[in-house]
Structures are given as C-alpha cells and as structure tokens.
Design a protein around this ligand. Sequence first.
Ligand SMILES: O=C(CO)[C@@H](O)[C@H](O)COP(=O)(O)O
Length: 225
Amino acid sequence: MENKLCCKIGPSILNSDLSQLYNESQRLLDSGADYLHLDVMDGAFVPNLTIGHPVVKCLRNKLPNTMFETHMMVQNPIQWISPMADASVDQYTFHIEPCNDVRLVCRKIREAGMKVGLAIKPGTSVLCVEEYIEEADMILVMTVEPGFGGQQFMTNMMPKIEWLREKYPTLDIEVDGGVGPNTIDMCAKAGANMIVSGTAVIQAENPPQVIKLLKESVNKHLNIK
Ligand SMILES: O=C(CO)[C@@H](O)[C@H](O)COP(=O)(O)O
C-alpha cells in the first residue's frame, strides 16, 4: 500500500527578527520551507507573549499561497478560531491541556474551514490524545516546554512519537522544540514527518542547507518504514 505520508519542514518564526516578519518568512520559504509555524502565545497558558491574529492577517496578505499553521499556546483556544480563520490560517493547532471540550474545539475549527492539530506538552501522556485522534489531522508532540525558542531538545519524548507512529501509520506527526541537525535523526527515526525548527534554521549560516538536511533525514526514515 502506498505510504501517503510526506515530509514537511515548517520553520518557527519565534526567534526571527520580528520587526522583519515578512522578509524573514520569505527568506525561510526561499530556503525550502514547506510551511510556516506561527507561534501564538497569550501570556496565560505560557509565560510569554507573541503575535496574534492581526499580525497573522497582515502576513497572509503578503504571502497568499503559503501554508500557515498557528500553534495556539493559549488558555482558551475556542476564542481565537474565528479570527484566525478570518486571517486564512490553514491549520489551527491547539493544546488539549487547558481545554474543557476538545471535541467541540475540533468541530469549530473544521466548521471554520481549517485543519485541526492537537498539541501535547512534555508532561502530558500521549494516551490523552488517543481518544481524539479521529478528530485531528495532526498531532504535535512538544519536545520542550512551550513558551520559548532556543531550548534543549527532550530526547525522552521520542517514545510518544514511536507509540503514535506504531498505532497510526498514516497520521501526520509533528515535532517541535530544539529540533535541528543534531536531533533530527531521533525525530525521524521515531516517526515524525512534520518538523518544526526555529533557532537551528533561523540562526544557521546556511538555512537552505539545514532545511535540506532535515528533509533528507525524514525522507530516509519514511522510505524505510
Ligand atoms: O513552540 C515553540 C516554543 O514554545 C517552538 O515553536 C519553538 O519556538 C521552536 O524553536 P526552537 O526550539 O527550534 O528554537
């Protein structure tokens, strides 16, 4: 049977020069990025503030054809569905931890015309997302505590990815946090096919080379499976 999974690299713009958000985004796309991972933080779910839907909408106006994933590190994910849909976001990824009714949020995201991503923090068991797999297009396994770029990759999150890949061979699995040339092989081997990389790409001397390396590692392991 044909493996429908494909490798996608989505740089996180969190640690870029945000005064140059469009130029930085374009630079990443020109370097081979498949999509943009836009980190939205509300200062409540995580101890940091970043961009919101007005900025995402402005960026969308400049980049009409780019896949946008918003990683919603927010306390009340249902609140931002409509504004993000209005900003033509493609995929709305939210954390299940603060959510009272995950199914309702998933349904509202779909009704608003976006894909659904479910994210789990390092301390959250992968079993907690299992009951919602049918509602999701993608599961995001965090390999740092959400809130800041440039943190150390948590190797001990790999069993979560392995478990998901074993049970759901065609599921999109994204990994985020401390991912770069030194850690990509672990993610790829575990079964991640959507790769978020912030600092490693943004601060690289040669971003196209880093993105190529990330892709090669994932594709190598996708072909083995
Ligand atoms: O969501 C987050 C952090 O909360 C991530 O998207 C990071 O911002 C990725 O940056 P690096 O860890 O790759 O520097």
